[in-house]
Design a protein around this ligand. Structure first.
Ligand SMILES: Cc1cc2nc3c(=O)[nH]c(=O)nc-3n(C[C@H](O)[C@H](O)[C@H](O)COP(=O)(O)OP(=O)(O)OC[C@H]3O[C@@H](n4cnc5c(N)ncnc54)[C@H](O)[C@@H]3O)c2cc1C
Ligand code: FES
Length: 368
């Protein structure tokens, strides 16, 4: 075979445009542990992906006749831009994680919005990182570690994964390989329980200050990223505060929107306080055409919150303008919207709004 006859590797030349592209095709499904799978996705029309390691996408799933939105971190690395991946842990009785595990196959299509999010060590350059992960919270850390590894970056990284048993440690082989190949990369698995089926040569118990001092004696000097179940993050945050860590170098991401909703609660309290103090607040009429309801919404309140208070059940998830679940068509009127990437500019131009982060500035008619 001559050089001219040899098959050429065809790679996409166009970039994934978050404002225009949305269809992804599942290329492969990989079993990581007994309850974690990775789904490798490519754009339906060949595209290269550009994102910060640690960012996530919001996917729409059609399950049981309903559209459900969920966010998943991109566990792949932007240094390999032709495909992305999501790595999903089964959540007992969770509709989407179980659907993905049981149903998603190569060739199937998904709609996605993003990449978005600001949880990335590339947004916080530092010479030394400590990446602390619990369970499926490993995914943003994995993307960051893979990126540094592919770039042969000389950053000093300590990567800690806490799991129930050694059988629950996700990406173990790859992390051990990275540690073998790179003297600046240290991998420390921490397991709560040891069983005959899952023996462990790592640390045992729950992450504690003495354990962390053994793993990374200089942890107080590192930039720290944390992601995991809510109780894990609360415990780690308290532990670092008690150890005198400078919390300006502490960064966390929650997979639980109840955590994110705390910020929205604060906004609601401010709106309520203004009402209690009888600060004059304008109120606008908001009409919902499909449900044939009309409610009064103070100018200080998000439309979704006011609708909830009026007993309406509108689709929502993050309530932070991130996930796109509450996206609705505004047929007339004006709003101020403070979203965080959950809506595309072309959708805004077409009159769509996110009700969770839109306050009325006139009477509104919403197609819901
Ligand atoms: C920014 C962001 C990134 C995320 N990235 C990932 C990821 O990379 N991998 C991943 O597996 N999940 C990730 N999640 C969680 C994911 O969006 C879903 O919530 C999860 O897959 C469960 O969906 P579900 O529909 O099966 O159950 P849901 O109905 O969403 O959840 C059922 C219950 O389980 C809780 N829960 C949700 N996720 C977990 C979890 N991982 N561990 C324990 N309890 C949980 C929920 O709070 C809820 O009470 C991410 C979430 C966010 C907000
Ligand atoms: S509920 Fe997530 S963007 Fe509104």
């Amino acid at each position: 075979m001559t050089d001219a006859e040899a098959p050429k590797l065809q790679l996409p030349t166009l970039q994934w445009d978050p404002d225009a592209d949305e269809i992804l095709v599942c290329e492969a499904v990989r079993e990581e542990t007994h309850d974690v799978k990775t789904f490798v996705l490519k754009a339906a029309s060949p595209r290269r992906f550009s994102y910060q390691p640690g960012q996530f996408m919001t996917y729409s799933f059609e399950i049981g006749g309903e559209t459900i939105h969920r966010c998943y971190t991109i566990s792949a690395s932007p240094t390999r831009p032709d495909a992305i991946a999501l790595t999903v842990k089964r959540v007992p009785n969770g509709p989407v994680s179980n659907w993905l595990h049981d149903t998603m196959r190569p060739g199937m299509r998904l709609k996605a919005l993003g990449p978005m999010g600001s949880f990335s060590c590339f947004a916080h350059p530092a010479p030394r990182y400590l990446l602390l992960s619990g369970g499926s919270g490993i995914t943003p850390m994995m993307s960051m570690a893979r990126t540094f590894h592919d770039l042969a970056d000389a950053k000093d990284i300590v990567f800690v994964q806490s799991a129930r048993t050694s059988a629950d440690i996700i990406f173990r082989d790859e992390l051990e390989l990275m540690a073998r190949l790179n003297a600046n990369f240290q991998f420390a698995p921490v397991v709560e329980a040891v069983t005959p089926q899952a023996p462990s040569n790592g640390f045992r118990g729950r992450l504690s200050t003495p354990m962390l001092s053994l793993i990374a004696p200089d942890f107080l000097t590192r930039e720290i990223f944390v992601c995991g179940p809510a109780p894990y993050m609360v415990a780690v945050c308290a532990m670092l505060e008690a150890a005198g860590f400078d919390m300006r170098r502490y960064h966390e991401e929650s997979f639980d929107f109840a955590e994110l909703n705390r910020a929205e609660q604060a906004e609601v309290l401010v709106a309520e306080a203004m009402q209690d103090l009888e600060v004059p607040v304008k109120t606008f009429r908001v009409e919902f055409t499909k449900t044939r309801r009309s409610i009064d919404v103070p100018e200080t309140m998000f439309v979704l919150e006011a609708a909830k208070r009026a007993g309406m059940r509108l689709p929502s998830s993050c309530t932070q303008g991130l996930c796109g679940t509450c996206k609705s068509k505004k047929l007339s009127g004006t709003v101020t919207m403070t979203h965080q990437g959950g809506i595309r500019q072309r959708e805004i131009d077409a009159g769509m709004v996110l009700l969770c982060c839109s306050k009325p500035t006139s009477d509104l008619v919403i197609e819901r």
